[in-house]
Design a binder for this molecule. Sequence first.
Ligand code: ADP
Length: 737
Amino acid sequence: MKRIGVLTSGGDAQGMNAAVRAVVRMALNQNMAVYAIYEGYQGMVNGGDQIRPFTWTDVGGILQQGGTVIGTARCAEFRERSGRLKAARNLLLNGIDSLVIIGGDGSLTGANYLYEEWPGLLEELVATGQIAPDVAAKHAHLQIAGIIGSIDNDMYGSDVTTGSDTALHRIVEATDAISSTAASHQRIFVVEVMGRRCGYLALMGAMAGGADWVFIPENPPDIDDWEEKMCKVLHLGREAGRRDIIVVVAEGAQDRYGQPITSERVKHVLEDRLGEETRITVLGHVQRGGAPSAFDRNLSTLLGAAAVEHLLAATEPEKPFVIGIRGNKITRTPLDEALAKTQAVAQASQEQHYAEAMRLRGNSFNESFQIVRTMVRVLPHPPTPGQRRLRLAVLNAGGPAPGMNTAVRTAVRLATDKGHIMLGVQNGFRGLLKGDIREMDWMSVSGWASRGGAELGTNRLVPEGSDFYAIARSLEEHKIDGLIMIGGWSGYESVLQMMAQRATFPANNIPMVCVPASINNNLPGAELSIGADTALNNIVQAVDKIKQSAVASRRVFVVEVMGHNCGYLALMSALATGAERVYTNEEGITTQNLLEDVHELSEGFSKGKRLGLVIRSENANPIYTTSFISALYEEEGGDLFDVREAILGHLQQGGDPSPFDRILATRLASHAVNHLEGLIEAGETTCACLGQVGGALVFTDMQDVPRMFDMDKKRPKKQWWMDLQPIAKILAKPAPH
Ligand code: ADP
C-alpha cells in the first residue's frame, strides 16, 4: 500500500485545509494510506507523533476554516542538509515516499532539495545504521507534488494560488469600507497590502476596489518625479468631485532606482504637497485571515485531488511537479522550472529590469496594469483631432448579476478614453425600444466598481413583433455604431433576434458584443459569467451559517439554490461546503436515487453522524421538489435525524460583487470595447459573444450559438464543470475500504 504524506508549510493561506482534506480523502479513496505531517517541515524533522495517519473523519469540518489545522511553521533546521537527513529518516520510519507539499516558493524550494538529495540521504542513513538497506531499497525514489499555497500569487505554475482570492476578499472588504469613511471626511487613505516581490494583490485590489493610484514592485513609476504626477492627478480628481481617494501600496513597492516607496513615504508626500489629511491602513495579517472564499475552497480541493492522482499515476520515478490551474484546467509544471521562472521575476525587479519583470508576469497582468492606469485618470484623454468618434451603446439584460455595474463602468471609461461617445441604455431592451438612452461621461460611473445590482436597470424582455421597428428607430436616431450587451440569456436571445431582423431593419446592421453576466453561469462561449462567483460566495456563506446552527442536533438540511436548469451553482456550492449529495437538472432525480440517498444518510446517522447537507438546484426535477425531498427524508429517516429545508432565494443575486467578479467584469468589458472598435473600424457587422475559455478571453460568432447552446434547457450543451461531479461524489462519501 502506497503511503503518502501531506504537509502545509511557510506562510499560511486560506484554502490549505481544503487541499489537505482533498488529499486525504482522495488518497483513502484510492486505497492509499495518508499521513499528516504537522507543523510543516518541523514535523518532518521532529517525527514522532508529528507524523500521524489520517482517517476520513480527521478532515471533517475543516473545509470552511481559515489557516491550516495541521499547522505550519518556518523550520530553520530543514534549510540544512542535517535537518533534511532527519526528515528523510522520519519519512522512511513511516514508510512514506510520496509527498504533497502545500506551501510557497520557499517551501517548494526546500522540497526540491529534499528530492535531489534523497538518494544521498538514504545512503547515509543506511551507512550509519539508521535505516535498514531493504527499507532504503524499497523507497529509493521520492515523489513530490507541490501545491502553491500563497496569498501573494507570486509563483509561476498556476494562474492563481491557494489563498490569493480570499486575500483579495479581505482587501476589497477593507477598501470598500474605507472608501465610505474617506468620502465622508474627504480624506486620503493609503492602503498597504501584502506582496514583497509581487504586485498581484495590490494591482487586483486596486482594480477591484476602484482605487485612485497604485504602486507595485515590478513596475515602478517610469518618471523621477512620480510624486508630482501623483499629486497632480489626485488634486485634479478632488476638483472633479472625487470625495474618496485611495492609494494602494504593495509592501514591496519601489521607485525605479529600487528605493522603497513605503506607505509612510506616500503619506508624507500627499500631506506635504496637497495639504490633505492622509491616513494609512496597513492591512497586514487580516489578509491571511478568515474563512476561505468559495473559489479558494474549490481551487484547493481540485488541486489536492489532482496532486493525489498525479502521485498515483506515476509508473516510474518522476521529478517533482507543481500542480496548478490555467483557466479551469489542471496543469503540471516541473518544480525546477516553476522555481526558476519565479526566481527570474524577482531577480528582474530586484535588478531594476522592470520591463523584463513585467514581461515575465504575463499578458493578463500587463493588461490589468494598463486598465488600472487608464481607470485612475481624472478625465479621459481628449479625442484626437480628426478621429472618428464612435457612438457605442451599452445595456444590461436578464436577471441582475453582481458585477454588471463594474463592467459598465469599465466600458464607459475605456471607450471615452479612446475618444468615443458612450450611450447608456436604461432598463435593457425595453429602454432600447423606448429610446431611453443617455450619454454617459467619465464621472457618471464613479463608485460603480463595487456596487451590486444594475444601475442601468435590467429585465428579461426579449423584443418581438413591432418592438424591432422601435429598436431600429432608436439605433438610427441615436446614430449607434455598435452595441455592448452585458447580461444573461435573454440578452443573447435579443441580440440573435436583432440579427435575424437585419433584412427588414438595416439599422440592425451594427456589430454587437454579448458579455456574459448571470449568476447561473449558463451562457454560451463562456466558462464563467460575471456574477456567478458572488452568488457562489453568497450561498457558501449562508450554508456555513446553516451548518453552524445545527451543532448539537442530528439534522439534515436540504438547501435549494438558484440556477434555472443549470447545476453550476449547486455543484460548486456542494464542493465548497462539503455537501454529501447534490441534485441537478443535468443529472436528474429518480425515486431510486432518493431512496438510496436516504438509506445512506440513515446508515451514516446510525453510526454517529450529526449533520447532513444536501443541495438541490431549483429545477432539478419538477415533481421531486425541495419540500418533497425534505418530507421523504423526514419520513424515511425516522428517529435517526430530522430534516429542515432552506430555500436561499434572492440573497444569491444580491450584495456587492466579489473581487473575482469585479476583475472578470473589468477584463471582459475592456476586451468588448476593443473588439467592437476594431469591427466598426474594419466596417464589419459580425456579432460575437465573449468569454473566458481555457484561460484566455475568446470571441465566438453569435451564428455559432444555436449550435453550442441547448435552447430548450437554456444552458450550453457542453459544460466544463460537469467533469467535477466525480470528485464531488468521492469527497462526500467515506471510502468503502
Ligand atoms: P513560503 O513557503 O511561504 O515561501 P518560507 O520561505 O518561510 O515560506 O519557507 C518555509 C520553509 O521552507 C522554511 O522555514 C524552510 O524550512 C523551508 N525552506 C525555505 N527555503 C528553503 C531552502 N532554500 N532550502 C531548504 N529549505 C527551505
